[in-house]
Design a protein. Structure first.
Length: 55
């Protein structure tokens, strides 16, 4: 959630934003995602989001 908020706040034109209503979907993918190791850090999410958007 923090990565989505940070990404939104850092977008050009959002300098005056005072509120972000972030929505993050979840899935029960215990086989694909090792929830105990928590590999998806805020930094990774932020970096991947920027990369996917060509930035």
């Amino acid at each position: 959630m923090d990565a989505v908020i940070q990404y939104t706040l850092n977008q050009e034109g959002n300098e005056e934003i005072r509120s972000v209503n972030a929505v993050v979907g979840e899935t029960n993918d215990g086989y694909l995602n090792d929830i105990r190791s928590q590999l998806s850090t805020d930094f990774r999410c932020y970096f991947c989001n920027r990369k996917c958007n060509g930035k």
